[in-house]
Ligand binder design. Structure first.
Ligand SMILES: Nc1ncnc2c1ncn2[C@@H]1O[C@H](COP(=O)(O)OP(=O)(O)O)[C@@H](O)[C@H]1O
Ligand SMILES: Nc1ccn([C@@H]2O[C@H](COP(=O)(O)O)[C@@H](O)[C@H]2O)c(=O)n1
Length: 420
């Protein structure tokens, strides 16, 4: 080991190489004296218990939200509102309706006697397969159901791809415990029965090719009894009940906030409490998109990288110590604010471009700022590591390679990275 191996420059240099295997455990495990004596306990547990570290090859599991409620309660409307507000995430809406079984010619001939509100009307095995496939990060071809012909289209599907959030919506999505168990959050849309019937008459006559008499007959014979037997009893499984459906903006806002919090909780944050992940926005994703593009000019790459690192620095500064301070404004009033603790200085480790030829041809650029109270006691490390050509599934490598840096810098109190 070189003489200056404890210096910041040395560890930074060592850690800035490409880390395609996630954690670089080689050096860490062979030199326990370095990490076990001085690291906080959560660092130690991360090193000795490898199973705690997520497998970078495994895709992040999407957050699954189930939305149920009676017919025309506003389920689709609520889902649309959630999707609109979660615009900065990849979301897939799966309608249970898509998994209605197509009717046989005998069933079609006596369609007025068919109960579309009974659990047997759906192909639940196929629905389970769909959600499990999407959860594993694979695309799925969802059937397209036609309410006028009571059949699935034989030659068309809706292809849905890997996503951050799956919303599964339908009258009976809470009925089967296997489907329920796939959900991270369960929402019941609770709307007055009279309102629902009025909406259903209007919708079915306008959009689903029915007449008022047939809607009323079907409602009395099947829809209402099935609501009482299957839908209402499933309300007890809900985590959240939304009265008045889409009119309830407060409830939808609260739900969206909760989902944002859950999605922002990166797996690594649960293991490393001093890892801070910056929430993604369209603007941030836009800049990350630009710097990943193969043909971006060097000028633009440096420009957008600089803008991103500035965000990291600003975020990091928010974690440094402040003290209360009052100032007098030009109008003579007193403003109670805060003042940055003195004796902090920043250090910018020169940006470097590390190229590594692998099957992905990945280029990492790393810029690191270390901010410390004085040269002997570092407070926080802000780092920005931008992978130029990481595919979506590779992106988990990134925070893991940052982690290897954390493990090598046990004096560091905080670490900040972007959400990927
Ligand atoms: N808050 C609302 N006010 C007025 N009409 C609504 C409202 N929510 C939904 N609708 C209408 O009611 C019908 C059923 O709503 P939808 O969201 O599709 O319910 P569901 O998915 O539960 O069947 C649609 O025609 C929709 O436009
Ligand atoms: N061929 C079909 C299939 C289903 N229905 C009715 O649709 C209702 C569920 O859809 P919502 O959007 O209202 O949740 C359900 O109550 C079925 O009666 C149908 O009429 N024809």
């Amino acid at each position: 080991m070189p003489e200056d191996s404890t210096s910041i420059d040395y560890v930074m240099e060592k850690a800035s190489g490409p880390h395609f295997s996630g954690l670089r455990l080689d050096g860490l495990l062979s030199s326990p004296s370095k990490s076990s004596n001085s690291s906080p306990s959560h660092f130690r547990s991360g090193v000795s218990s490898f199973s705690l570290i997520p497998d970078p090859a495994a895709p992040n599991q999407p957050f699954v939200i189930g939305v149920t409620g009676g017919t025309a309660s506003g389920k689709t409307t609520v889902c649309d509102m959630i999707i609109q507000q979660l615009h900065d995430h990849r979301i897939v809406l799966v309608n249970q309706d898509s998994f209605y079984r197509g009717l046989t010619s005998e069933e079609l001939a006596r369609v007025q006697e068919y109960n579309f509100d009974h659990p047997d009307a759906f192909d639940t095995e196929q629905l389970l397969h769909c959600i499990n496939t999407l959860k594993s990060g694979q695309p799925y071809q969802i059937p397209i159901y036609d309410f006028k012909t009571h059949q699935r289209k034989s030659d068309a599907f809706r292809q849905v791809n890997a996503c951050d959030v799956i919303i599964l919506e339908g009258i009976l999505v809470f009925h089967d415990s296997r489907v329920r168990d796939l959900m991270n959050m369960k929402i019941f849309v609770d709307t007055d029965a009279d309102v629902r019937l009025a909406r259903r008459i209007r919708r079915d006559t306008v959009e689903r090719g029915r007449d008022v008499d047939s809607v009323l007959e079907q409602y009395a014979k099947f829809v209402k009894p099935a609501f009482d037997d299957f839908v209402l009893p499933s309300k007890k499984y809900a985590d959240v009940i939304i009265p008045r459906g889409g009119d309830n903006h407060v409830a939808v806002d609260l739900i969206v906030q909760h989902i944002h919090t859950k999605l922002g909780q990166h797996d690594l944050c649960k293991i490393y409490p001093n890892l801070f992940v910056i929430q993604s926005t369209f603007q941030i994703r836009g800049m990350h998109t630009l710097i990943r593009e193969k043909d971006i000019s060097k000028h633009d790459f440096v420009f957008y990288s600089d803008r991103l690192i500035r965000l990291v620095v600003e975020h990091g500064l928010g974690h440094l110590p402040f003290t209360e301070k009052q100032v007098v404004t030009p109008t003579g009033s007193v403003y109670s604010g805060v003042d940055f603790c003195k004796k902090l200085c920043g250090r910018h480790v020169t940006p470097k471009i590390v190229t590594h030829r692998s099957h992905h041809d990945i280029i990492h650029t790393m810029k690191t700022y270390i901010i410390y109270k004085n040269p002997s006691s570092s407070v926080i490390l802000l780092s920005f590591l931008s992978p130029r050509t990481l595919s979506n599934s590779d992106q988990r490598v990134l925070p893991l390679s940052l982690l290897s840096l954390m493990l090598q810098l046990p004096f560091m109190l905080g670490f900040i990275c972007f959400q990927f």
